[in-house]
Design a protein around this ligand. Structure first.
Ligand SMILES: [Mn+2]
Length: 306
C-alpha cells in the first residue's frame, strides 16, 4: 500500500489529464468508476453544467490524496478508472434521457462502484432507471426537486426527485432543502416515501444538533441498496457560488462530508452522483468543492471495502 503514488508522484503530462485525482490508471478491473454525464437541457437559471464534469476532474488533480478516515493516500490499493464521458447523443429530450440510462447501465454492469459527475440534476431519473431494482435515494440539495413540472417540462432538473420516484426509487431522504414550492411541501407532508430535513432546522443555532442527530440516525438505519445524489447547491452558496442555482443558508461542508462517511460506512451505498457543477470564472472554488466531495465518496467507499 505504501508503494502507491503520493501527491508528488502524480503524472503531470497531458496524457494523464482527464483522470480523476490525476492518478495513473491501468487495465485491471476497476473498483470505482468516475463517469461524466455533461448533460444540460433544462437548467432554468445558471448555464454551464455541461462543462462541470470536466472542470471537476481538472480540479481533482489539486485535491490532497490523504484521507483522514482511511488514513492512507488514495488510491490506497484500489483501482480507479475515469471512463469516457457520456456522448451527449440524442435528438430529443427522451432520446437523451434514454441514452444516459444506457450509459449508466454500462457502468453498473462492471460491478464497480460508479460515481457520476453532472451535468444537471436531470441525470438522476435515468440513473435510477438503470439500476433496475428497488433503491433508496439519499439526496443533498437546496431544492426539493419534487415539482410535477417546471415551465411545462416534467423532466426539468426541478423535478428530478419526483421523476426518480416515478422511475422506481422506493424511498427518498432529503437534506439541505430550503427552496421549495407549496406543492412540493404538500408532497413532502403527504407522501410517506419522502423524508425531508430542512436546512433551516439543521442550521438552526438552537435546535440544529437535534435535527442533525436525527438525520444521521435515520439514514444509517436504511436497509437495502442506496444511491447517493448530491446536488452541490445543497451546500451553502458561499461554497459553490457558480452552481446552476446557488442558494444561501445551506449546509456546511462538514455536514456533507459526515453524511457521506456515515452513510457509506453503515449502509449499502451502490452508487453516487455529484451534479450541478458549473466551472467558476473568478476562482475554482465550486469545482474544487465538488471534487473534494467526490474524493471523500471514493475514500469512504474504499474504506468500507476493507
Ligand atoms: Mn437538485
Amino acid at each position: 500500500m505504501s508503494t502507491l503514488p503520493s501527491m508528488f508522484e502524480r503524472m503531470d503530462d497531458d496524457a494523464i489529464l482527464g483522470n480523476f485525482l490525476g492518478l495513473p490508471e491501468n487495465e485491471n478491473v476497476p473498483d470505482i468508476i468516475i463517469a461524466s454525464i455533461p448533460y444540460e437541457l433544462t437548467t432554468s437559471y445558471g448555464q454551464g453544467t455541461e462543462k462541470g464534469p470536466a472542470a471537476c476532474i481538472e480540479a481533482s488533480t489539486q485535491v490532497e490524496l490523504y484521507d483522514d478516515l482511511l488514513k492512507e493516500d488514495l488510491p490506497a490499493g484500489a483501482n480507479l478508472r475515469t471512463v469516457e464521458p457520456w456522448d451527449g447523443l440524442g435528438n430529443s429530450l427522451s432520446e437523451q434521457l434514454e441514452s444516459i440510462k444506457k450509459y449508466a447501465k454500462v457502468q453498473y454492469s462492471t460491478n464497480a462502484f460508479p460515481i457520476f459527475l453532472g451535468g444537471e440534476h436531470g441525470i438522476l431519473p435515468p440513473i435510477i432507471e438503470a439500476i433496475e431494482s428497488p433503491v433508496t435515494i439519499v439526496q443533498i440539495d437546496a431544492h426539493a426537486d419534487l415539482r410535477d413540472e417546471l415551465d411545462g417540462e416534467p423532466f426539468s432538473h426541478a423535478c428530478a426527485a419526483a421523476r426518480a420516484l416515478d422511475a422506481g426509487a422506493i424511498q427518498l431522504y432529503q437534506i439541505g432543502i430550503r427552496a421549495y414550492s407549496k406543492e412540493e411541501l404538500e408532497k413532502i407532508n403527504s407522501d410517506n416515501r419522502i423524508k425531508t430535513w430542512f436546512s433551516r432546522d439543521i442550521m438552526s443555532p438552537c435546535a440544529g444538533e437535534k435535527y442533525w442527530n436525527e438525520w444521521i440516525s435515520e439514514i444509517t438505519k436504511i436497509s437495502g441498496p442506496i444511491h447517493l445524489t448530491i446536488d452541490i447547491d445543497g451546500l451553502d452558496g458561499l461554497l459553490v457560488p457558480s452552481t446552476g442555482t446557488p442558494v444561501p443558508g445551506g449546509l456546511s461542508y462538514w455536514h456533507a462530508i459526515e453524511t457521506i462517511e456515515k452513510l457509506i460506512m453503515n449502509c449499502n451505498v451502490i452508487s453516487a452522483d455529484v451534479n450541478e457543477i458549473v466551472p467558476q470564472k473568478d476562482s475554482k472554488l465550486t469545482e474544487f468543492t465538488a471534487a473534494m466531495l467526490v474524493t471523500k465518496i471514493i475514500a469512504t467507499k474504499i474504506n468500507s471495502m476493507k
